[in-house]
Ligand binder design. Structure first.
Ligand SMILES: [Zn+2]
Length: 99
């Protein structure tokens, strides 16, 4: 039965695809416990992006500029007044953006 199963699958087109399918079948049938562990890892992976988002929110809240600072209208970074290179229509541009 094994040789009969192999004989028609010796075409080059199907050989690689078959080996992948065979590996998948072996993993699910022989190691069902390993599949359960993979699902746990996937659930843990979903929690990481949430943590990253909260960090980004904290960084956005730092934006309000102090009296001796300004927010560059080009790169939107808060800079010290001494870093103002140009002011136009109430907008400030830092030395980095103005070169
Ligand atoms: Zn800038």
């Amino acid at each position: 039965m094994a040789t009969d199963y192999d004989a028609p699958r010796k075409n080059d087109d199907e050989s690689s695809e078959d080996s992948i399918e065979e590996l998948k079948n072996r993993n699910t049938s022989r190691q069902s416990s390993v599949v359960d562990e993979d699902e746990t890892e996937a659930a843990e992976g979903f929690e990481l992006p949430g943590a990253d988002l909260s960090e980004e929110e904290l960084q956005v809240r730092v934006l309000p500029a102090q009296s001796d600072e300004f927010t560059c209208s080009s790169c939107f970074l808060v800079r010290h007044r001494s870093q103002v290179a140009r002011e136009a229509n109430g907008m400030f541009f830092c030395k980095d953006c103005e070169g």
